[in-house]
Design a protein around this ligand. Structure first.
Ligand SMILES: [Zn+2]
Ligand SMILES: [Zn+2]
Length: 429
């Protein structure tokens, strides 16, 4: 029986570790080096296990981080949602969320923030805003604003001014559902982002569950052999009642845009949200809320990595959450097929970092991915896959170039491959 920890200790105590990692620019050479040591590689189950031991012994303290889960796009009767803040909080607690940010259309609701508790737990409720220009034709370009702490809808007519105003107040701005398809059953064109002459925004809403539903419904309707009002409605019911079957990935255009912006050297964070409204759906005798808040809070969420646990006090917890959102310290998660809790993506070079951090490379810098269950894992730099592994729960890579590295994981669910985890990048320099 081989003891793995003593091997790592041996390595650290007998060799200057920085020298070892400088000599070892990639895994195969590491394996070769290991055979030079009086410990044989075949004593170890896997080469990457050895690499993990080295990472651990390089002083990685990333285990100290605290993971929280939230949803940051939803509506109340202040705009076009069905339930009030306290009712939504109850559903968020039932779904196991740590925080939610309510984003009513063109109204920043003051005075409702705080911890909401019941016998099952507590959730921190924060308020942001989803702003758009109500006289724009067609209606489009919705901007999510977090942390500005004031009403910004008067700036809606000019998206750049809106972004600048939010930033001036310390707020973070994300383009909501930036790519969406026209759906012929809806009485309005798509609500994608249309005003692209902008800069300085924080990031993209990479995955919006309700917008994904609209896009997939549009796809299914467009594939029908004939166009017929009754057939369209029946198809809509079928898709609406089985969203898990149809919702698979974020929009590819949004992923491509994100990669393009990262390749330009921009720091662009992403979030994943529900866009919950709790709207009842009526078709003949069928009357039900097809997507209750609680259901959506178990689907596409954003997980964050904080440096300290939440305290239970509104102000410090709010600031910690907003900072993590703005800097991209987390990932977009489709928690429905399998919980993403426990996912980790860390960088170890001259400095160490989590998602959203800038990490200085050295010759032995490594990127490490751990998933809570086996998945297909891809490490992507500026749109190109630099490392991948199938049906595994960890991936370790020694990068050779600086840049923005992000992780995508997919898993099979209900007979189809599904987007599961989309990490914010680690920026190597
Ligand atoms: Zn919207
Ligand atoms: Zn919305």
């Amino acid at each position: 029986m081989v003891k793995k920890r003593p091997y790592a200790n041996y390595l650290t105590t007998s060799f200057p570790l920085t020298a070892v990692t400088t000599l070892v620019p990639h895994v195969s050479q590491l394996a070769y080096c290991c055979t030079c040591f009086p410990i044989h590689l075949e004593n170890h189950a896997k080469r990457d296990t050895i690499l993990l031991l080295i990472i651990r012994d390089r002083g990685g303290k990333m285990d100290d981080l605290v993971e929280i889960k939230g949803n940051m796009h939803m509506h109340t009767p202040y705009s076009d949602g069905e339930k009030w803040h306290a009712e939504i909080a109850t559903e968020a607690i039932a779904a196991g969320l740590d925080f939610i940010i309510v984003t009513d259309h063109n109204v920043w609701v003051d005075g409702v923030e705080g911890y909401y508790e019941n016998e099952h737990g507590r959730v921190l409720v924060l308020c942001g805003e989803e702003v758009h220009h109500v006289r724009r034709e067609p209606q489009a370009s919705h901007l999510l604003i977090y942390g500005a702490e004031r009403e910004l809808s008067p700036c809606a007519a000019n998206p750049q001014e809106l972004i600048n105003a939010a930033q001036a107040c310390g707020g973070y701005t994300f383009l909501a559902h930036p790519h969406e398809k026209d759906c012929r059953l809806l009485p309005y064109p798509n609500l994608a982002w249309h005003d692209w002459q902008i800069e300085g925004y924080t990031g993209l809403e990479l995955w919006n569950y309700m917008s994904s539903f609209v896009c997939r419904l549009a796809d299914v309707l467009n594939r029908l052999p004939v166009q017929n009002a009754l057939l369209d409605k029946l198809t809509a019911v079928r898709v609406a009642l089985n969203p898990e079957k149809y919702i698979t990935f974020p929009e590819p255009e949004t992923l491509a845009l994100w990669d393009e912006l990262l390749a330009q050297g921009k720091q662009i964070s992403v979030v994943g949200n529900s866009d919950a409204h709790g709207t009842p759906f009526n078709l003949g005798p069928l009357h039900r809320v097809i997507y209750p808040y609680e259901y959506l809070f178990r689907a596409v969420n954003t997980h964050l990595m904080l440096t300290t646990p939440l305290t239970g006090d509104l102000e410090p917890d709010k600031q910690a959450i907003l900072r993590a959102i703005g800097r991209g310290h987390g990932w977009v998660a489709y928690d429905l097929p399998h919980p993403t809790k426990g996912f980790r993506f860390t960088g170890h070079g001259m400095s160490k970092g989590r998602m959203g951090d800038r990490v200085q490379m050295d010759a032995g810098a490594t990127l490490q991915v751990i998933t809570p269950t086996r998945a297909n894992i891809r490490l992507i730099r500026h749109g190109e896959i630099v490392a991948s592994i199938e049906n595994e729960s960890n991936l370790t890579h020694i990068p050779t170039q600086p840049g923005a590295y992000r992780v995508e994981c997919t898993i099979p669910y209900l007979g189809k491959e599904r987007g599961w985890i989309y990490s914010n990048p680690i920026y190597l320099w």
